[in-house]
Write a protein that binds this ligand. Structure first.
Ligand SMILES: Cc1ncc(COP(=O)(O)O)c(C=O)c1O
Length: 348
């Protein structure tokens, strides 16, 4: 591996959830939406493909930004589009974390933030959530070279949320900008979008992979004040969103009725999953997302994960050193969740 940067050689790399390409699995491990997207998305992608793919796409995803202005009431120049929200997280990290600096992350949370810090060759500091899944003063303490803090809200793996007013308080106390990662916000009771106008320190990222059922398309976006967007546009790849994903995401955002019906289905199944898991003796954290985090005092999460996998049901086993292990189960269709619960019933 001659020539590769030593930080890259030393790191393990982000381990994404299993994506089996063969065989039939009930897949409840990567928080995808179990339903197909709005038919308007498919029509828009087909139409964009027919218009031709020989030209480069619009570097600014203007059609999407204008749609977001209509639907979300966020001015177009407050929006930066990305190839999935992971691309947004990368752009923001590259934009803020200069050499020798420090990033602050809650713990346990989305593992990718740590990977992004490693690739950027900067330090990171993990601050544990308190037992009620809030963040204490240590999250906002000043520190030398602190450049950026991440807050997944709702958080993964817990599915818990910090209320917008408390997020605003955290941002006001922090000596650096705060990226509120709202990949799961459409499943929650509230969100932090309107805080962006109230504090120039707050940025909000959103994903189309979960609530819009478009994980395979790759689209996400950032909302931040225009002076920041102007700078971050310099960091992104020139054509980071392709013509098909821009068309598909624009159509998806335009079909809010689909979103609301899908959300009702997912939240209905989440309720069933939470209550049945509790009946089976699991400790369940009430979720604001499309997954549920649970632990069992008598059965090892790893064994349960393995046993389910052997029966072709994939859930996510997670072990956070110093915190503990558990299962993160995505909200599938009613049938998928019933099948998973039925198997668990025989094991606990
Ligand atoms: C907290 C969090 N943020 C961001 C993402 C990435 O989403 P996307 O598919 O938009 O890149 C995920 C995906 O699982 C996530 O859990």
């Amino acid at each position: 591996m001659t020539g590769i940067r030593s930080v890259i050689a030393a790191m393990e790399g982000y381990a994404a959830g299993e994506q089996p390409q063969a065989g039939k699995f009930i897949k409840l491990n990567t928080n995808e939406n179990p339903y197909p997207p709005s038919p308007q998305v498919i029509a828009a992608i087909e139409s964009a493909a027919r218009q031709g793919l020989e030209r480069y796409p619009d570097p600014l995803s203007t059609a999407f930004r204008l749609q977001a202005e209509q639907v979300l009431g966020v001015p177009a120049d407050w929006i930066l589009c990305g190839n999935g929200s992971d691309d947004i997280l990368t752009i923001v990290t590259r934009g803020f974390a200069d050499s020798g600096s420090l990033l602050r992350l809650p713990y346990p949370s989305y593992i990718l933030y740590r990977t992004l810090a490693q690739i950027q060759d900067v330090r990171w500091e993990e601050i544990s959530f308190q037992s009620d899944w809030s963040l204490g003063d240590d999250f906002t303490q000043p520190a030398d070279d602190l450049r950026l803090a991440f807050l997944p809200n709702p958080n993964s793996p817990s599915g818990t949320m910090i209320a917008p007013e408390a997020v605003l308080e955290l941002a006001e106390q922090l000596p650096c900008p705060l990226l509120v990662d709202e990949a799961y916000a459409d499943f929650a009771q509230t969100n932090c979008l309107e805080l962006v106008a109230r504090s120039e320190k707050i940025m909000v990222s959103r994903s189309f992979s979960k609530s819009y059922a478009l994980a395979g398309l790759r689209f996400g976006f950032l909302v931040a004040q225009p002076t920041l967007i102007e700078q971050l546009l310099k960091v992104k790849d020139s054509y980071n969103c392709d013509a098909l994903s821009i068309a598909g995401a624009t159509a998806a955002l335009g079909d809010q009725q689909w979103l609301s019906e899908n959300r009702d289905k997912v939240l209905g199944t989440r309720q069933v999953l939470e209550s049945r898991l509790a009946e089976l003796g699991f400790q369940v954290v009430p979720s604001q997302a499309n997954f549920v985090w649970c632990t069992h005092s008598e059965r090892s999460a790893k064994t349960l994960y393995e046993e389910l996998k052997a029966e072709r049901v994939l859930v996510r086993y997670m072990n956070y050193p110093g915190w503990g292990e558990g299962l993160r189960i995505s909200v599938g269709t009613g049938e998928q969740v019933s099948a998973c619960l039925e198997l668990l019933k025989g094991k606990v």
